[in-house]
Design a protein around this ligand. Structure first.
Ligand SMILES: Nc1ncnc2c1ncn2[C@@H]1O[C@H](COP(=O)(O)OP(=O)(O)O)[C@@H](O)[C@H]1O
Ligand SMILES: [Mg+2]
Length: 319
C-alpha cells in the first residue's frame, strides 16, 4: 500500500499513562513503546484495561495523567483530529449498518472519514480482506467472520499508519479466526503497525512480534520467547514406567541439575542450566538406578506459563 512516509520515531509511546474512572482505575502508569511496522499484542484477562487503553490511544477518551504519542503526534485534545486521520480503530463490536450492503457501508464510512478517491480506496480495501464480489451482500446476512472482515475493510479505508484491533477474533469460529489472523499478517507485510488486544494466548504467541502483559498495570513486555527466558529456567522432564522409589537419591546432586520436583505419579521436572549438557549424566544415573525410563524431554515454558506467572490467577479468565 502506498502511503506518505511516516515520521520517524515509534508508532506509539506511552509514559506513565493512567486512566481512572470515578473510583476505579482502568489502567495505571503504563509505559511502553510500539515500533513502526510491528504487531504488538496487548494481552490480559477481562477487565485488565485493554479496551480502555485502545479508546484512550485512539483519542476517544482523555487520559487522567501521563503522556503518549500516537502515529508521531502527542496525544492532546488539540491533536485529536490529526491523530484520527493517521489511525484506525476496530472496536470489539464493529457496528456496521446491518440493513445496508457491504458497499453501502463502506461508501458511507468513506464519506464520514472524507476519504479522497473513495471508489478506488473501497476497491482496494475489499481486495485486502478478500471480499471482492461480496460487495452487494447485505451485512446483516453475513456470518460473524465476514462481518469482521467488512469492519477491517472499513478500518483500512483511511490508509492508517497504525491500526488498533480490539479482540478481533473473539467470538469467531476457528476457521474465521484464522482468516482474521492471516489478514493481520497481511497488514504487517504492508508496513501497518498493529496494536492488537487479546485474552487469547496462542493468538498473541502466533501473531505478535512483541507482547505486553497487562492487568491494570503493565507486568512485562517483550518478545514471547524473551519473556519465557526471563521468567523460567530451562527444564528436563523425565517420565518413568513406575515411580522412582527414592527420587531424591537419584536426581539430587547431578551435574548441571539445579533442582527437581515431582510432576504426576512417575514424572520429574528438573531445572537445569543447559538441557543438552545435563541430559547424558541424568540418563546414566537413571539407568544405574534401574529405572525404566520412558522419556527425557527438554521442556519449554509457553507464553501461557508466563502469563499465569504474571497475572493473578484468581483474576485470570482462563481460556
Ligand atoms: N466508562 C467506564 N466507566 C467506568 N468504568 C469503566 C468504564 N469503562 C471501563 N471501565 C472499567 O475499567 C476496567 C477496564 O475495563 P476494560 O478496559 O474494558 O478491560 P478489558 O478490555 O481488558 O476487558 C474495568 O474494571 C471496567 O469495569
Ligand atoms: Mg475489552
Amino acid at each position: 500500500m502506498a502511503r506518505v512516509r511516516p515520521p520517524p520515531g515509534p508508532a506509539i509511546s506511552a509514559r506513565r499513562l493512567t486512566k481512572r474512572f470515578a473510583g476505579r482505575v482502568a489502567f495505571d502508569e503504563l509505559t511502553f513503546e510500539v515500533e513502526r511496522g510491528e504487531v504488538f499484542g496487548f494481552l490480559g484477562p477481562n477487565g485488565a484495561g485493554k479496551t480502555t487503553t485502545v479508546r484512550t490511544l485512539g483519542t476517544l477518551l482523555a487520559p487522567t495523567s501521563g503522556a503518549a504519542t500516537v502515529a508521531g503526534l502527542p496525544l492532546t485534545p488539540a491533536n485529536g483530529a490529526r491523530i484520527r486521520r493517521r489511525i484506525a480503530v476496530l472496536p470489539e463490536s464493529p457496528g456496521l449498518y446491518l440493513r445496508l450492503s457491504v458497499m453501502e457501508n463502506l461508501r458511507c464510512f468513506a464519506g464520514l472519514y472524507e476519504v479522497p478517491a473513495p471508489a478506488a480506496r473501497i476497491e482496494r480495501a475489499l481486495r485486502a480482506v478478500d471480499l471482492t464480489g461480496r460487495d452487494r451482500d447485505i451485512c446483516g446476512t453475513l456470518s460473524k467472520g465476514l462481518r469482521q472482515r467488512v469492519a477491517l475493510a472499513r478500518a483500512l479505508l483511511a490508509d492508517p499508519q497504525v491500526i488498533f484491533l480490539d479482540e478481533p477474533a473473539s467470538g469467531l469460529d476457528p476457521a474465521a479466526a484464522r482468516e482474521v489472523h492471516d489478514l493481520i499478517g497481511g497488514l504487517r507485510r504492508d508496513g501497518v503497525t498493529v496494536f492488537l488486544t487479546t485474552h487469547r494466548l496462542e493468538e498473541a504467541e502466533r501473531l505478535c512480534d512483541r507482547v505486553a502483559i497487562l492487568n491494570t498495570t503493565l507486568r512485562a513486555a517483550g518478545r514471547p520467547a524473551e519473556l519465557r527466558e526471563r521468567l523460567f529456567a530451562p527444564a528436563l522432564t523425565v517420565r518413568t514406567a513406575v515411580p522412582l522409589p527414592d527420587p531424591g537419591r537419584v536426581l539430587s546432586g547431578l551435574p548441571g541439575v539445579e533442582g527437581w520436583r515431582q510432576d504426576g505419579v512417575a514424572g520429574y521436572v528438573l531445572t537445569v542450566a543447559d538441557p543438552a549438557a545435563a541430559a547424558p549424566a541424568l540418563t546414566r544415573a537413571l539407568v544405574a538406578a534401574g529405572a525404566d525410563v520412558l522419556s527425557i524431554v527438554p521442556t519449554r515454558p509457553t507464553l501461557e506459563d508466563v502469563y499465569f506467572e504474571l497475572v493473578d490467577p484468581g483474576q485470570a479468565d482462563r481460556p
